[in-house]
Design a protein around this ligand. Structure first.
Ligand SMILES: C[S@@+](CC[C@H](N)C(=O)[O-])C[C@H]1O[C@@H](n2cnc3c(N)ncnc32)[C@H](O)[C@@H]1O
Length: 221
């Protein structure tokens, strides 16, 4: 078996990507576990995680490391957050989710992972969790909502460190089902630019996710 560290904490094992399991023997979403030289790795599925899809499609800036503080908007039951938690072993992943049903599953996962904090909250109202979240190195947004660029920018202004990185996944159909996805992506990118952010990378997520694009941003100042 071949193993190579592609980014800090992100490994390539044969044709797969993987993270070292922070919670050995435990699966989060039925993923495959692989043992290698005394460590256990969780295979990260690009069909279940847009961040993994972005890595497969050539993401160049992978902003997570062992000590990263991360604000994750749209954490759902914790599939992608769990891989980020594997990477940010000495950091923290603040997981915002507004569905009580998903939150119940997320809370159970967070009990097993010391670096994940569940926050039942609405990402359109970032001030409601202002006292629960510190300044972060990375803000990741995957809420699939019409106003997601706006809420992404509001959260970045409140929580992102000046040198921090934001990643947003845009689902064209969540924004406007009638519009050509290319036009939707251009419009969202232009909102980010006029909002004071520089777009560093744009990555299509096909074939893993149809009509989705990930944008990697930083403050433009
Ligand atoms: C596509 S799923 C996220 C999947 C997850 N990011 C992953 O990769 O494991 C989108 C999630 O965003 C949540 N969501 C949508 N709008 C939200 C909002 N305004 N505030 C917080 N969560 C929201 C939904 O309940 C849903 O669980």
């Amino acid at each position: 078996m071949d193993i190579e560290e592609k980014f800090k904490g992100l490994y390539i094992i044969n044709d797969h990507i993987a993270t070292e399991n922070l919670n050995p023997t435990q699966k989060v979403y039925g993923e495959k576990l692989v043992d290698f030289e005394g460590k256990e790795y969780r295979i990260w599925d690009p069909r279940r995680s847009k961040l993994a899809a972005a890595v497969f499609n050539g993401l160049k800036r992978f902003p997570f490391n062992e000590g990263s503080k991360v604000l994750y908007l749209g954490a759902s039951a914790g599939t992608t957050p769990s891989h980020i938690s594997d990477i940010t072993r000495n950091g923290m992943v603040y997981c915002v989710e507004f569905s009580p049903r998903m939150m119940r599953e997320l809370v159970e996962l967070c009990k097993l992972r010391k670096n994940m904090i569940p926050i039942l909250g609405d990402a359109t109202k970032p001030r409601s969790y202002l006292n629960l979240v510190e300044k972060v190195d990375v803000l990741y947004c995957d809420v699939a909502q019409a106003k997601q660029s706006e809420l992404f920018m509001d959260n970045m202004r409140l929580f992102l460190k000046p040198e921090g990185i934001g990643i947003i996944t845009v689902k064209a159909r969540s924004i406007d089902v009638t519009q050509n996805p290319k036009k939707v992506f251009r419009a969202e990118e232009s909102k980010l630019k006029t909002g004071g952010f520089r777009v560093l990378e744009r990555i299509k997520l096909e074939p893993y996710e149809k009509d989705h694009m990930a944008f990697v941003c930083e403050f433009a100042f």
